[in-house]
Design a protein around this ligand. Structure first.
Ligand SMILES: Nc1nc2c(c(=O)[nH]1)N[C@H]1C(S)=C(S)[C@@H](COP(=O)(O)O)O[C@H]1N2
Ligand SMILES: [Mo]
Length: 249
């Protein structure tokens, strides 16, 4: 075990030390080239992502807090979608809403909110930080994304999970985060139904990444082996605006 860690550490340190083409080649050999590896900051993005993935264990957990730490105020970033489709679902209590999960899966499916709530529920009190500088601690309840992905049977060649909501936002995460035990499809916030402004009927909670990875108003989940054909090919709306696709904290 310690031999593996020291090897990983050596590789990671090598990657960060030897900047440029050689390090990127090493990252590539380990399948650790992020979708935003092109462009001005591409090498930096690759070095960060590859070294983080090699240094921090796959199953490292984000800190969990106690009820007393829950924030009194939860800011909102991204108001509820102003589309007719979303309004209709909201008025109907999301009874007609379905979460489509497809792409590189053996059994594409569409889950109702009631179905998601029947699956094993997990609760976690974690910190969510926005790239704009504010953050809060809240209690989230939902089903693990890994549970849903097991139901649809992900193709072993798949590398990313892409999230599409009702607004024009979108993001993706790698399989390590998709299968991480703290990655949730959340339908509850602080013991209540997830309110519209925080993403009703369900949102993504990725405890180890910044706020913008936590897609609200979820509508569709696509499993894929490449992000090239989604948007501008950089893996998410934040990366399209110059933020890092890998937003680990
Ligand atoms: N669909 C959708 N999801 C979204 C956003 C958005 O505008 N639309 N904003 C993101 C950003 S930048 C942050 S910081 C968090 C904010 O979550 P909150 O509004 O629950 O605090 O949601 C993320 N998820
Ligand atoms: Mo954000």
């Amino acid at each position: 075990m310690s031999r593996i860690i020291s090897r990983r550490t050596m590789i990671a340190c090598g990657i960060t030390a030897v900047a440029g083409a050689a390090a990127v080649r090493v990252a590539g050999r380990y399948g650790l080239i992020p979708p935003d590896s092109g462009g001005l900051y591409g090498i930096g993005e690759t070095l960060t992502y590859a070294s983080q993935r090699l240094l921090i264990g796959k199953h490292a957990l984000a800190r969990e807090f106690s009820r007393g730490d829950i924030s009194n105020v939860i800011p909102v970033n991204g108001p509820p979608p102003e589309t007719e489709a979303y309004d209709r679902l909201l008025v109907g209590g999301f009874a007609d809403w379905r979460l489509r999960v497809d792409g590189m899966v053996a059994r594409p499916a569409a889950f109702s909110l009631a179905e998601l709530k029947k699956y094993p529920a997990h609760t976690q009190i974690t910190h969510q930080a926005c790239e704009e500088g504010w953050s809060f601690i809240a209690e989230w309840t939902g089903v693990r994304l890994s549970y849903v992905l097991d139901l649809v049977q992900v193709d072993p060649r798949a590398r990313y999970v892409v999230f599409f909501p009702f607004d024009n936002f979108w993001e993706s995460i790698d399989m390590i985060d998709a299968l991480h035990p703290q990655t949730f499809i959340a339908y509850g916030l602080n013991g209540r139904e997830l309110p519209p402004e925080h993403g009703a009927p369900v949102r993504v909670r990725v405890a180890r990444q910044l706020g913008y990875k936590n897609v609200k108003y979820l509508s569709r989940v696509i499993v894929t082996d490449t992000l090239e054909h989604f948007g501008k090919g950089v893996g998410g709306i934040a990366a399209e605006y110059g933020y890092s696709w890998w937003a680990g904290i």
